[in-house]
Design a protein around this ligand. Structure first.
Ligand SMILES: Cc1cc2nc3c(=O)[nH]c(=O)nc-3n(C[C@H](O)[C@H](O)[C@H](O)COP(=O)(O)O)c2cc1C
Length: 215
């Protein structure tokens, strides 16, 4: 049987994370099941050069987020789990409270009840205590909280490098092999010029952060 993974795209900033996730999953043996919220569709058009239908066509199966009778609405439909990228606070709240009024939240709730993997790429900042409580509740129920927070030790040069590092972290969680970022090996080879040019006021000076990065 083909391995299946559900990709949810909700309406937080960073819908490109869901798009890149689908694109990279195409190079794996996973069958993709996509569900996009209305706000997710809106943000695809606001933030990217894609139309919602372009993204829908990247998935093996796309489900209407209002179709509660879709396969992914049932635990009897076997999947490896689900990633919600990006995940809004609203969808997080729905998931943390099992308020299953759309297919994205229902599919995530099913994944949790079946003790499968749920990765929430929650994007909001700053976070108030209510947000933190929701994150904590979702984590207590088994969700993997993976905010799209970049690292810099892999020396990103482009926005794609930064996005792909988060996709790589998602793939690591699901045990999907990838070469989306350079792993930290313990070797300090980073050069200042590889990371970014130092601001003019720091050039020629060994300031704390630049001397640390530059070695
Ligand atoms: C351009 C734009 C950016 C947004 N960014 C965020 C965000 O980063 N995080 C968030 O929780 N909501 C964000 N929102 C608000 C959500 O889209 C809104 O709460 C929506 O109702 C979420 O619905 P959904 O969870 O069903 O997708 C954004 C809205 C717009 C239009």
């Amino acid at each position: 049987m083909k391995k299946r993974i559900i990709v949810g795209i909700s309406g937080a900033s960073g819908v490109i994370y869901g798009v890149r996730c689908l694109q990279h999953l195409k190079r794996t043996d996973y069958e993709t099941h996509l569900v996009i919220s209305d706000a997710g569709k809106l943000n695809i058009e606001i933030e990217t050069a894609y139309k919602a239908n372009d993204v829908i066509s990247m998935a093996d199966y796309a489900h209407d987020h209002k179709n509660m009778a879709a396969s992914i609405s049932s635990g009897s439909f076997l999947t490896a789990g689900m990633v919600v990228a990006p995940c809004t606070i609203k969808s997080l709240s729905g998931i943390a409270n099992s308020y299953d009024d759309n297919l994205l939240v229902r599919a995530a709730d099913v994944v949790l009840k079946e003790k499968r993997k749920l990765c929430l790429v929650v994007r909001e900042t700053p976070l108030h205590k209510g947000h933190l409580r929701l994150l904590s509740a979702a984590a207590d129920m088994g969700a993997h909280i993976l905010p799209p927070i970049p690292s810099f030790y892999h020396q990103p040069k482009t926005i794609e490098d930064i996005i792909d590092q988060t996709i790589g972290k998602i793939f690591d969680y699901f045990g999907i092999e990838h070469d989306l970022f350079k792993r930290w090996s313990g070797e300090r080879r980073v050069q200042v010029a590889d990371v970014c040019p130092a601001p003019a006021r720091f050039q020629g000076k060994k300031t704390a952060i630049y001397s640390r990065i530059g070695g």
